[in-house]
Structures are given as C-alpha cells and as structure tokens.
Design a protein around this ligand. Structure first.
Ligand SMILES: Cc1ncc(COP(=O)(O)O)c(C=O)c1O
Length: 434
C-alpha cells in the first residue's frame, strides 16, 4: 500500500465511523479511499482506477460526473440550495413532482420528500397507519412484510425488515409485523395470500420489494406473482406499499419494478437512483385515494404531522429533474434491456459453470452470484472474492456469499466484460487454492 493511502486510512480510522463496518479492523482491510471519479471509474488517493461495479451502493445510474447533472447542480446553486417545504413551496420541487408524476405507476400521485430510502419507508408506514385512523377505522394497525426483506435501518424500517445484517440485537425495539416467507420460497404467494385473508381486517398495509429482494441476496419473484399478490390485496381494499428504493429508476429493465409487474401500488417508496446517485433524496409517493384521506380542517388531526429538515432540498431536486430528463433522452430503459441480455449471456458462458458458483440470479442489471462457501465461514468467501476483484481494479461488495453485480445503467459491453473478467479471475484464484 502506498504512503498516501496509508496516511488517509489512518486519518479515516481515527475520525470517521463507517456504517456496517467493524472499525477495529477497517484499516487492516485496505479500504479504497476515493478522491474523484470519471464516468464509470473511481480513482483513489494514489490515482488507482476502479470500475464502479456496485453503482456506489446501487445509487449511481448514468455514471459519475455526468456533464448535464453537474450543470443542473451548478445552475440550481445560482438560484438557491435549500428552503423548507414545511408550510411553503419551492419551484424546483413542483417541477420535479410534475415530471415524476408522468412516470410513477401510482394513480394521481403525491410526493412527500425525505433524504434516504429508510425514511421514505418510515413515512410510508406512518401514512398507511394514519390513513385508516383518518377514515375512522381503528383496528388496522398491523403490517404484513415478507421474509428476507430489507427496508432500511431506521426502527420502523428495521421492524419491517426480516433481520440479519447484525440487526437482531434490536429485536426488543422492533414492532411486531405479520411475516410470511419471501421470494426464496417458491409458494410465497399462496402463503402470503392465505395470511392476508385471515387477518385482512387488522392489516394497515402489505409491504414488499417488487420482483427483487435486493439486500436479501437478489431473490427474485416472477412479475406475474407480484401482480397477483397486489391485485388480490387491493381487491380486499388493503393498501399495497411497494418499496422501490433499490429497484426504481431502470435497474430491472423497466423504469420501476412495479411497471414490470403491471401494478399500481397505493404507496411507493423511491430513493437511491432518483438523483442518479448525486445527492441524497427519497420520496414516498401516495396515490390520490391515500392523499385525500388526509384532507380536513386546518390544524385538524387528519394532518400528517411528519417532516424532515431537508425534505425537498432544491439541489437534490434539480439534479433529480435533470436526471429524469436525461433518462428519457438517452432511452435508458431500452439500453438496460439490451445490456442485461448481454450480461446474462456473458454470465452463462463465463461464470455459471464455475465450480464455486451455486446460482446466478438476475433481473435487468441487478445480479447476485451466489458462491458455495464450503470450507469457509459463511460470508467469508464473498469477501475474499470481492477483495480480489478490487485488487484487479473492479469495485465489488458482497452480501454474505452473494457477489452483487450492480453496473451503472450506461455500462457498455466493454465494462460488462471488465466486470465479469475480474469476477472470473477472483473465482479462479480461489479455486486453485481450494
Ligand atoms: C429495498 C430497500 N429499501 C430501503 C433501503 C434503505 O435505503 P437507504 O440506505 O437509502 O436508507 C434499501 C437500501 O438498500 C433497500 O434496498
């Protein structure tokens, strides 16, 4: 390791607390200290170049330093960086909301902004809970959530999530949800629908990640099953909350996974790719039916008493609007559909038959390559493989023993080849040492 990165890592370890990271060993694991980026590549403090094959934790869509997105931030800085949405409006927020309304699959959508995916979920929970109270129905206080689901790290979203990632410690703080199996179980749909029928009068909402349970390790459901699930729930007048924080903005080969499944959720959570990976912004999208249940006299209890300081941040909204425009201009959805076919072909030819590979799961450009952890502690092999890929110039990060491939939506064949070559080299280096 060069002097420069060693020095930065020392300074980092002394002052920064990294999430999901054991800080006592952080420095020993040779983390990459990023200084700048160009297109699909990150550069560290020593000038080493890495292909960003995890889209900076699934947020970057079109690449880094996209001229139009850079310019949108600069232009907005010339107007205003931030003003509050509590009680007052903001021009750029109105423009973004109008543009989003044209693409979200929610009927007559209304947008409540926050900064992270977890907070979009938190807002969704509280909206669904209050919705029934506002209608004068008191007993609908339970949520149905799926096994293996992940919805973020605030206590409400942790309660909806199925644990793991070291969060079991917080079990005493979790509120109870009705949990039915996730997409890994082939009959998840039948079990969920049975449970829904049993307790429908107590349910505030059903919450799910449409088509792909990402953080679980890329577990997939057929879009048709998701459609059946949502439609049956909606027939029973239940609220369907689609958490599209990971799947939104093109990842699955449609602009939203809900679009892929052909559903119209009552509430949808968006985040991550909303700003193209530029600035923190998320939103809870409520249908007209849900929104209207909150209308009433001024200062009445029907009001949604919830808000965040940076809700509707003008810089974040400006870049999100420019991102949405570019998304359509560059025909990103079509591009993802093409690139994902190429990626599937390459994975089949190069990776699928490798002796260390147990299964490959893919929808659009969201991929999980599960490796056999024989002889290793659970999760250890995933880390070793990704570390090897990083040393070969491709930034990967595992979820346990699932190697996640989350390319920018604008990766070309060259970058897809580079990403999968690095994975193959890592697998081979381990295979030889087994
Ligand atoms: C489906 C889903 N919901 C919510 C979140 C939480 O988002 P954030 O990390 O922005 O709080 C994530 C993060 O990976 C996610 O995958």
């Amino acid at each position: 390791m060069k002097v420069s990165s060693k020095d930065w890592i020392d300074r980092d370890s002394k002052r920064v607390w990294h999430g999901f990271t054991q800080m006592s060993t952080y420095g020993d694991l040779e983390p990459v200290i990023v200084e700048r980026a160009e297109g699909h590549y990150l550069f560290d403090v020593d000038g080493n170049k890495y292909l960003d094959a995890i889209s900076s934790l699934w947020v970057t869509t079109l690449g880094h330093k996209v001229p139009e997105l850079d310019q949108a931030v600069i232009n907005q800085l010339g107007c205003i960086a931030h003003s509050t949405l509590l009680g007052n409006g903001s021009k750029i927020v109105i423009e973004l909301s109008e543009a989003l309304a044209k693409v979200v699959p929610v009927k007559s959508p209304h947008f409540l902004y926050a900064s992270d995916g977890a907070n979009a979920v938190e807002q969704a929970l509280k909206i669904a809970f209050q919705y029934w109270k506002n209608l004068g129905i008191d007993n609908r206080e339970t949520f149905l959530a799926l096994g293996d689901s992940y919805h973020g790290d605030t206590m409400g979203s942790v309660s909806l999530g199925d644990g793991g990632f070291g969060t079991n410690l917080f079990d005493p703080l979790r509120f109870q949800v009705l949990r039915t199996p996730g997409y890994l179980q082939p009959n998840w749909l039948e079990i969920a629908l049975e449970a829904v029928l049993e307790v429908k009068d107590r349910l505030a909402a059903v919450v799910f990640e449409p088509v792909c349970q990402g953080a679980a390790g890329m577990y997939m459901a057929s879009p048709q099953d998701v459609k059946t699930f949502v439609e049956k729930c909606q027939e029973l007048e239940l609220l369907a909350i689609a958490d599209e924080v990971a799947t939104g903005f093109g990842r699955t080969g449609e602009i939203f996974a809900s679009t892929l499944a052909g559903i119209a959720p009552d509430i949808m959570c968006i985040g991550k790719g909303l700003s193209g990976g530029y600035l923190p912004i998320s939103a809870t999208v409520a249908s007209g039916k849900v929104f209207e249940a909150f209308l009433g006299p001024d200062l009445s209890q029907k009001t949604f008493y919830h808000g965040h300081s940076y809700s509707g941040n003008a810089l974040s909204c400006a870049v999100s609007l420019a991102h949405l425009e570019l998304f359509s201009k560059l025909e990103i959805v079509r591009k993802v559909q093409e690139t994902s076919l190429y990626l599937a072909e390459i994975l089949k030819g190069k990776i699928a038959d490798h002796p260390l590979v147990k299964e490959i799961r893919q929808v659009g450009l969201m991929v999980g390559v599960e490796v056999q952890h024989n002889g290793y502690l659970k999760g250890q092999l995933g880390r070793i493989i990704c570390k090897c890929a990083v040393s070969n110039g491709v930034l990967l990060r595992p979820l346990g023993d699932v190697i996640v491939l989350m390319p920018h939506l604008t990766f070309g064949k060259k970058e897809i080849d580079e990403m999968t070559d690095a994975l193959l080299i890592s697998l081979n280096s381990l295979d030889n040492s087994l």
